[in-house]
Design a protein around this ligand. Structure first.
Ligand SMILES: Cc1cc2nc3c(=O)[nH]c(=O)nc-3n(C[C@H](O)[C@H](O)[C@H](O)COP(=O)(O)OP(=O)(O)OC[C@H]3O[C@@H](n4cnc5c(N)ncnc54)[C@H](O)[C@@H]3O)c2cc1C
Length: 303
């Protein structure tokens, strides 16, 4: 077990795609790396993950299990199932506290903590999340192409979905779940592409094991669709970057530069917590880059 005297070159907080990718780059560079993961990746409920080369169609768990095995094979890397609850800046780097009571030291930190989706409090909604209520046309659009589809969004967000999903299916409608907020120009575009708008309140999502059957509207009207697109608001998984002084973007992401460095010295971030481009490929890419950037920073300090 890790004890209070352990000091790591890098502690990576979050050990899903982004964190493990950073760990691989650092571990292979002979950096002593601790990955701490609390086991709550955002895509856990989706039955098949798509659009990531060599892993297309696998379950999220299969992909992360293979990643974890490959990273754990490096004796420079240790992976712990635990939750980081605190990190403080010290003269040497950082003191990191885990929920289990373990305390470790780190020269540098990487946050690969992902984000927490705020799903709608509508019966059936959470059960369908990642299965037939989906956020990403690149991840799930192919599987639902040509199918009856609805977009749950309003205004600019709905137009963005209509642009992309309208290419995948012609059986498309927009549910605004309240007063529509479209400009005349947007309305004309939707009319041109035969995309109707329904502004009734959504009461329930009827489904079978997460697969949508009907969206029940106020007044009892049922809309039969196979897929519903929705982009949930989100929160960061942890406020530790904020407490360390990291700046955030106006959209709520940890601010990073082109090297994945945050605005606090010695602290990097990668994956969903710092990028709008939400995909396994992007998490792996930004994780890999954070690892390489941080290795270079450590090398420059020693050389
Ligand atoms: C429903 C759904 C389906 C998706 N489907 C696809 C798809 O088909 N294809 C695709 O490319 N992308 C898909 N995505 C997007 C993809 O899953 C994410 O972009 C990717 O998981 C981001 O990886 P990450 O490592 O940044 O974060 P995550 O995978 O969310 O992992 C973050 C990890 O950090 C841990 N953590 C957080 N805080 C702490 C802490 N304080 N201490 C320790 N650990 C902590 C969490 O427990 C979690 O394990 C999907 C997303 C969702 C929500």
């Amino acid at each position: 077990m890790t004890n209070t005297k352990d000091t790591w070159d890098v502690v990576i907080i979050g050990g899903s795609y982004a964190g493990l990718s950073a760990a691989m780059a650092l571990g292979r560079s002979l950096r002593k790396v601790l990955v701490v993961d609390s086991g709550m990746p955002c895509n856990a409920q989706t039955p098949h993950s798509h659009n990531f080369l060599t892993q297309d169609g696998k379950t999220p768990f299969e992909i992360s299990t293979t990643a974890r095995q490959q990273v754990a094979a490096y004796n420079t890397v240790q992976i712990l199932n635990d939750l980081v609850v605190k990190a403080d800046k010290t003269a040497q780097g950082f003191d990191v506290a885990l929920q289990s009571g373990t305390q470790v030291g780190a020269k540098k930190l990487i946050f690969a903590t992902g984000i927490r989706d705020q799903l709608l409090n509508i019966p059936g909604f959470s059960s369908c999340w990642g299965i037939s209520v989906v956020h990403c046309p690149y991840c799930h659009g192919y599987e639902y192409h040509g199918k009856k589809t609805a977009i749950l969004a309003n205004g600019e967000g709905a137009m963005h979905y209509a642009l992309l999903v309208g290419h995948l299916t012609k059986q498309l409608q927009i549910l605004t779940n309240g007063k529509p907020e479209f400009t005349e120009e947007q309305m004309a575009k939707l009319r041109k592409h035969n995309i109707p708008i329904n502004d009734s309140a959504i009461i329930e999502i009827e489904h079978e094991r997460g697969y949508l059957k009907n969206v029940i509207m106020s007044g009892g009207n049922k809309i039969q669709v196979d897929a519903l697109y929705f982009r949930p608001p989100f929160k960061q998984h942890t406020d530790i970057p904020k407490l360390l002084g990291c700046e955030f973007t106006e959209h709520g992401y940890i601010k990073v530069d082109t090297f994945q460095k945050t605005t606090v010295d010695g602290v990097y971030a990668c994956g969903d917590n710092s990028s709008m481009m939400r995909s396994v490929a992007n998490a792996v890419s930004t994780g890999n880059f954070a690892g390489a950037s941080l290795n270079k920073e450590l090398a420059m300090e020693q050389f």
